[in-house]
Ligand binder design. Sequence first.
Ligand code: TXA
Ligand code: MG
Length: 324
Amino acid sequence: MNPLIQQQVTHGSEILRNGGVMAFPTETVYGLGARYDDPKAIQKIYDLKHRPADNPLIVHINDRNDLSSLVEFPIDSRLQYLMDRFWPGPLTVLLPKSALVPEVVTAGLPTIAIRFPAHEITRDLIDQVGVPLVAPSANPSGKPSATHHDHIAYYFEREVFCIEAGFTSVGLESTVVGIDKGQVTIFRSGGITQENLSCSLEEEVPLFTSREYTPSPGMKYRHYAPEGQVILIDSIAELPAVERSEKRGVIASEEFFAEVSLQSDVQKISLGSRDNLADISGQVYHALYLADYYQLEVIFVERFRREGLGQAIMDKFDKASQEK
Ligand code: TXA
Ligand code: MG
């Protein structure tokens, strides 16, 4: 790790040890962290993000032994299998919560979300603090998640210390899995695909779809939305429907832009090649951030196929396009 980053990790760990809040990279998105055992520090996270109090946080560990103070055993064997297979990495698992964990972490729920991140900086930071860290994505509630330290400076105006490690690699949040009606179920699509999970377990792992109740509270809120109106499109033919006077932009693949010639006043934001969904994932939040940065009023977004990472990519764009 370069010495400058090393210094920032040490500084960040001091802030956290002393009950503060700071931002750090993970392989998925930047997180806004606090010690998991410090309710006052955790409350600062909710305040900074304007996060609804019923939306629980993910606890980040750097050692499987940390589970002993966080969850009730035994762990479901299928979830254990997924943890062995995908940790460290972008997988969050919902497990029965131990009574030792403060209620504010789980917003009163009987389960706790645990993630073992793969990023060297995150792991080093947890190590230096010496206890697991809670960390939601480092964005104000409802806004696109942060995938670069510049996004954090933009959102929190230097109010929050951030380790400056450039772009994250995955670019989408971790996949959240748990048990619903006895079945391993995906509560949030993310960096690990439904196909990956189903294939590993040799059984279909469904996406949680019930509208009757929401065991994962975060999913019911509007998310990832820039200020302007987001409109999903399949083809360029849908573009001219908009008033000329509005500041317009298009978020799409290289291939999409190659097929059309856009008017010069339309801001182009390329996500990379459609053939490489991992690259596209990495650009989703930056593209939505740029939409705000350019103050776009109408943003057309190419619709991708809901396969592999396309599932998580479209989840984010769908949510970004929901009515305010
Ligand atoms: O990749 C990630 O997971 C990032 C990085 C920073 O690790 N973190 C992240 O946290 O995305 P956040 O707070 O933005 O999203 C956590 C999601 C929310 O939808 C929340 O409702 C859900 O996980 N969640 C947390 N605890 C839960 C629980 N006990 N039961 C159900 N859902 C839970
Ligand atoms: Mg979030």
